[in-house]
Design a protein around this ligand. Sequence first.
Ligand code: SF4
Length: 269
Amino acid sequence: MSEQNRKTVYSACALCYHSCGTEVDVTDGRVTAIRGQQSHPLNKGKLCPKGRATLEHLYHPDRLTHPLKRVGTGYEQISWEQALAEIGAKLNGLKEEYGPEVLAFFCGSIGVENLEIVSLTHRFQGAFGTPNFFSVESICFRMRVRARQMTFGKYVVEEMDSNLYILWGHNPAASDFPLAMAMAENMKKGARVVVIDPRRIAIADKADMYLAIRPGTDGALALALIHVMIDEKLYDADFVEKWTYGFDKLVPHVQQYTPECRSGHLGKS
Ligand code: SF4
């Protein structure tokens, strides 16, 4: 192993949309170690368990590196040439019989972690001639973007440094590593935490308040919170006056949604 062929390069973890910074040791073209980038403002030298397993993603012996064809109840290895010929013939046959729209593509997120696959899928889709493309975006991330754009006028993102965190159906320890890091630091400085979740997630034990709501009652709780904020004048009246639209309709709408109301009342106004 020659030392001159060994280098450390900066990269980014692509296993989720956070894109944490990484330092990657490469020797003779092979990655030997991956660490969190110390100077990166988001992950500050750390990686979540998924990021720490990147080497396994790259080189695990069980990783699929060749085509497998189903035979009976099992699979047999075939060559790339055979795989491409068989799949191409099947797709072209379907296209001839039913037209190109017979094929629909379904992709995961279209965010940074999946950009290459999505770009290639679009090219394949265009070459085949079908307009049918679906992704998780329509029920997940893109809806979040659109809802925020419609509510706030743009896609605002969470403030990671805060002195009050409300985790409403959100478990940073499982799915938002940079936020979990920021929370751990700020909780040491006295930041408070409210957890609203039917599941008693681990951080609920350290929270200032844990609301174990029944599944499907989020809307009732949100409306009751708005009711109390308006009733007890806990909102910022200047902000409402200057920046919001429809407050005059919201006030009568939430009157019936007292903290005592039950979710069964929702939609019966
Ligand atoms: S949170 Fe984890 S999976 Fe996501 S980019 Fe960072 S290290 Fe990778």
